[in-house]
Design a binder for this molecule. Structure first.
Ligand code: G4P
Length: 291
């Protein structure tokens, strides 16, 4: 399964981000709390090397709380300010304003000393991969329900400045990935959370690997959700779920593709429960050590 690809429009978006980042004081990067390592774009570390950094672990409501705690400590130890949220809840998103002010405390004090408080609001870039929840976060934060981009990766918007308060401006950027995903596991996890278009992926293979992961890590979820017994053979397991979910073609044949879609939808919509796909100690997601 080779999912190292890079949609053309992302090259332009990356170039634009490179220019815009120079104008910003702080970068607010949204990560998917279910894959806080694989959803972290290593390009942003390079482009934002001298900027203040805030990480939002988004969609915490769908992630395993104990694993989220471990990721929070992991990124804090690396010097990031870390916030955790369900972006659909406005009250949670509003915490970002204070975090931005705190991260830029030195700049604010320097400006105050120079007497230029109102002239230079803090500029914060909001970045993240497709489908991580950026538009949900921004719409919640500014108190709007419009400008929805939908659940399809690759849907982009133009970079847009949003005035949050008299001292903070946000720059919304399109969701981008990076040209080489680094490992098959990273590609697989990005596919599982819906950040890579399904139609270019092997759904069957992805589902089998996901089932392997569940057997090893969230066995009870599998048993409860699909009432299954055969956990030793993944093909048999998929077949059992296919029958349990009554995925049958017209001629009576089992419709395994439909079952794969159902299983992935159950995960993506949170119906399977709170599942984290990776832990900080997983070595296959350590971009820095790979480079
Ligand atoms: P993007 O701009 O980064 O591409 O992502 P977008 O905001 O469009 O969000 C992608 C999907 O993730 C949306 O679901 C959105 O509701 C959901 N989402 C965003 N943040 C959170 C969160 O913190 N928790 C949960 N549980 N979901 C979140 P959708 O299915 O496309 O839309 P909808 O049916 O929810 O309206």
């Amino acid at each position: 399964m080779d999912i190292n690809w890079y949609p053309g429009h992302m090259t332009g978006a990356r170039r634009k981000m490179e220019e815009d980042i120079k104008l910003c004081d702080v970068v607010v990067e949204l990560l998917d709390a279910r894959i806080p390592g694989s959803s972290k774009n290593p390009d942003i570390d390079t482009l934002a090397a001298n900027k203040k950094r805030i990480i939002i672990l988004n969609k915490v409501d769908m992630a395993d709380p104990a694993v989220t705690e471990a990721w929070t400590e992991y990124y804090k130890a690396k010097g990031f300010t870390v916030l955790r949220m369900d972006s659909r809840v406005r009250k949670q998103t509003l915490k970002v304003t204070d975090a931005v002010r705190m991260a830029c405390k030195d700049k604010i004090e320097r400006d105050k000393r120079r007497g230029i408080v109102a002239v230079r609001p803090i500029k914060a870039m909001v970045a993240g991969i497709p489908n991580v929840g950026k538009s949900t976060f921004i719409n919640s934060y500014v108190g709007k329900t419009t400008a929805k981009t939908g659940n399809k990766p690759g849907v982009t918007r133009g970079n847009q400045w949003i005035r949050i308060s008299k001292d903070v401006n946000l720059l919304d950027t399109p969701g981008i990935l990076w040209p080489k995903l680094g490992s098959e596991e990273i590609g697989l996890r990005l596919a599982l959370i819906g950040s890579i278009n399904d139609n270019i992926l092997e759904l069957h293979e992805i589902t089998l690997k996901f089932l392997d992961f569940l057997v090893d890590n969230y066995c009870n979820i599998l048993k409860d959700r699909y009432i299954i017994e055969k956990l030793d053979n993944r093909e048999a397991l998929l077949e059992e779920i296919t029958l349990y979910k009554k995925c049958i073609k017209k001629g009576g044949e089992p419709d395994v593709d439909k079952a794969c879609k159902l299983i992935l939808d159950d995960f993506r919509s949170g119906k399977l429960g709170r599942i984290s796909l990776e832990k900080p100690e997983d070595t296959d997601i350590n971009h820095e050590e790979k480079d």
